[in-house]
Every structure is written in structure tokens, then in C-alpha cells.
Design a protein around this ligand. Structure first.
Ligand SMILES: *Cc1c(COP(=O)(O)O)cnc(C)c1O
Length: 376
């Protein structure tokens, strides 16, 4: 168990694992003088498309730009509605606002924190132009049920797989189910390029449109350069791509390690007042976040504060988006429609989980967590 010399560890909530190989490749870019969207971005796009099992992977500047570009390329704008889960990182809804469309929130399942497929149908209207499904914390949503609904109503399915690079649903990779998938490479995710995002799609038209929009609207036709859209600069640099390529090649190992750590949490957490995360059959979880539900918001706040004071990083997991000031004031949302999102928002907390942790770190964290849950 935890002994004296173990005291005073500092364990952040997340920490990237950057090694020799990453530094060597980044150095190569720096010395080459070719810093933006070059051969390493192309290599990363090839690697990701192959691994996810899609025709196109398009690297961009972050995992919000990905979603913004997908919505624009689908032609979604003012007057349109996009269904999103009520519980996610705020960016999932913000991108709908950014294109002038209206987010329509749907509550989540209590145990998986993913959108509840049974509640989607009631939110479909003639103005519904897309649904963004989030694979929350790295666990795939229930894709059989969701695909049945989007097929029935002919709604384009977008996957916000920001946390779910490498996750699987019935052996198929997330990011390959919908018209487009979106990944983030922010340092809070399992692998990182500092900032970065990747769009995946099998749709040639969408891929081409996103490539053009990513780079100022630039298009080459018959060897001639022209600008055919008022586009963005949402490019990824080669520095970012070089940083993440070695990590991407290790991704299966990284996910395996994260699953081992999650398993240790499951066996060491011993508290009646804590609900552990649940993984249904047929899923490969990436465990981007190990997310618990405590017995009350007071207990949650107490645990986060005490753990942080002990040097153990902890924070809430994600937002009930309709309960945040912007959405509450704009749409006067009836929060009683999102009971599970409110529970996750008010009583959820995340514990440290990343590749560099080992068994003794999990012992250390859960030793204190178990003590704290017995006093609170
Ligand atoms: C991290 C995250 C994003 C945003 O990604 P960035 O790269 O930080 O822009 C979007 N959606 C979800 C679900 C996320 O977890």
C-alpha cells in the first residue's frame, strides 16, 4: 500500500508522452525549413486514413476547426437544426452556432455518457440537417441504434470522435461510421500534436471541399491556381504532424495501456458513494477520461478540491451544454429535459489517466480517493 516515501507525488490530470522519436522528427522538420502542411502532414493523413479504414483523412489546426469545416462543407447554415448531445465538450455545440444553425440538445445515457439513441427521434424535425454524435470520453456511442435512425430519416451523421481516436464499435473504428468523423490532437487527448485535428470521410466531394476551405479557398484546376471559396487558414503545420506521427504508430499500445490503468481503477476503487464508468459489450474504449459519478455535487466539489490539494489532478469531465450561460440565455433551455446530462455535469469527476502512469500511481490515487469518499 501507500507508504511514507510515496507521499508528495504530483500526478496531473493529463500529460503527453513525448520521447526521442518525436523530438528527432520535429527536429528534422525544423532543419528542413519546410514548416507548414508538407510531407509529414501528408504522411499522417495516409496513416490515419488506413488505420481508421476511410478514403480520406484531412489534417487541420484543431478538433473544433474539423467540425466547423464539416458543417460548412455539408452546407449547413441559418434556419437549419443540428442534433447534439446535451453533455459534451462545449465545442460540439459552438460549431453549430458558428455556422448560424441551431443546436437541438438530446439527453445522454446514465452509464455511458453518450447520446441516448431512444431520445433522438423525438427531436427530428423537417429542419434537422445533421446529427453530431459524440463518442464521449473515448467510448463509442451505440452505432447500431443511431445508424438505424439516421437511415430512416436520411440525416447526415457526423461523429465527434475528438476523444476516440482508435476506439472501436463491434471491431469498426470510430470516425468511419458517418458522412464524416472528427478527431482532436489536443494535449488532453491520448496522443497530441499540441493543437491539431483530423477529419475522416469516405465522401470525395466533402473531402475536396474541406481541403479547399482549409486553405483559403485555394484550388488547382488544370495546373492553374484559383480561389473558389472565401476559405480559412485551418492548416496543420509539419511540426505538429511530425510530433504526433510516432505517437500515432504506438496508438494500439497506448490504448492497451490505458485499458490496463482503467481496469486497475475499477479494482482499486472501493466506495459505495461512487459510480464507476461502464463499458457495454463490443466496445474498445480509449479511456481518454476516467469519469466517475459521485453521490452529490457537494461531494464532487469536495473530492476535486481535496485531490488537487494532494497533488492529484482532478476536474469535472464535461458540460451540460444547455446549462452554460450562453445557451441558457439564448435558448432558455428547460434543463429538466436533460436529467442525465445534469447529473454528469454536477456530480461527475475525472481522474488522471495517461500512458506514463503505472500501477503504483493508481494505488496512490485510489488510496486517497477511497479515504476521501468515506469522510464526504
Ligand atoms: C477536445 C474536444 C473537442 C475540441 O477539440 P480541440 O482540438 O480542443 O479544438 C471537441 N469535441 C470534444 C468531444 C472534445 O473532447
Amino acid at each position: 500500500m501507500v507508504n511514507e516515501q510515496d507521499m508528495n507525488r504530483t500526478i496531473p490530470l493529463a500529460s503527453p508522452n513525448i520521447g526521442e522519436e518525436e523530438i528527432k522528427l520535429v527536429n528534422e522538420v525544423l532543419l528542413s525549413g519546410m514548416l507548414v502542411q508538407g510531407k509529414f502532414v501528408m504522411e499522417l493523413e495516409d496513416l490515419v486514413a488506413k488505420e481508421i479504414g476511410v478514403k480520406h483523412a484531412i489534417c487541420v489546426s484543431n478538433g473544433t476547426a474539423t467540425l466547423h469545416l464539416i458543417l460548412l462543407a455539408l452546407g449547413i447554415g441559418p434556419g437549419d437544426e443540428v442534433i447534439v448531445p446535451a453533455f459534451s465538450y462545449i465545442a460540439t455545440a459552438n460549431v453549430v452556432e458558428l455556422v448560424g444553425a441551431t443546436p437541438v440538445f438530446v439527453d445522454i445515457e446514465e452509464r455511458t455518457f453518450n447520446i441516448n439513441p431512444k431520445l433522438i427521434e423525438a427531436s427530428v424535425t423537417s429542419r434537422t440537417k445533421a446529427i453530431i454524435v459524440v463518442h464521449e470520453f473515448g467510448l463509442s456511442a451505440d452505432m447500431d441504434q443511431i445508424q438505424a435512425i439516421v437511415n430512416q430519416y436520411q440525416i447526415p451523421l457526423i461523429e465527434d470522435a475528438a476523444c476516440a481516436l482508435g476506439a472501436e464499435y463491434k471491431t469498426k473504428k470510430t470516425g468511419s461510421f458517418g458522412i464524416a468523423g472528427s478527431f482532436s490532437l489536443h494535449p488532453r487527448k491520448a496522443i497530441t500534436s499540441g493543437e491539431g485535428g483530423i477529419v475522416t470521410t469516405n465522401d470525395d466531394y466533402l473531402a475536396e471541399k474541406i481541403r479547399v476551405l482549409r486553405n483559403h479557398g485555394l484550388n488547382y484546376q488544370n495546373g492553374k491556381m484559383d480561389f473558389i471559396e472565401a476559405g480559412f487558414n485551418y492548416r496543420m503545420t509539419d511540426i505538429q504532424a511530425a510530433l504526433v506521427i510516432p505517437q500515432f504508430k504506438r496508438l494500439p499500445e497506448i490504448i492497451k495501456k490505458r485499458n490496463q490503468l482503467a481496469q486497475l481503477y475499477h479494482s482499486y476503487i472501493d466506495s459505495d458513494s461512487i459510480l464507476l464508468p461502464f463499458v457495454p459489450e463490443g466496445h474498445l474504449h480509449t479511456w481518454q477520461t476516467f469519469h466517475l459519478i459521485s453521490s452529490s455535487s457537494e461531494q464532487r466539489d469536495f473530492l476535486i478540491k481535496e485531490l488537487n490539494q494532494l497533488g492529484i489532478g482532478s476536474n469535472y469531465g464535461a458540460q451540460c451544454i444547455p446549462a452554460t450561460t450562453f445557451y441558457l440565455e439564448k435558448y432558455h433551455c428547460d434543463l429538466s429535459k436533460y436529467p442525465n446530462a445534469m447529473i454528469a455535469f454536477q456530480r461527475g469527476l475525472a481522474l488522471p489517466l495517461y500512458e506514463k502512469l503505472d500501477m503504483s500511481d493508481i494505488e496512490y490515487i485510489t488510496y486517497y480517493l477511497n479515504q476521501l469518499t468515506h469522510v464526504a
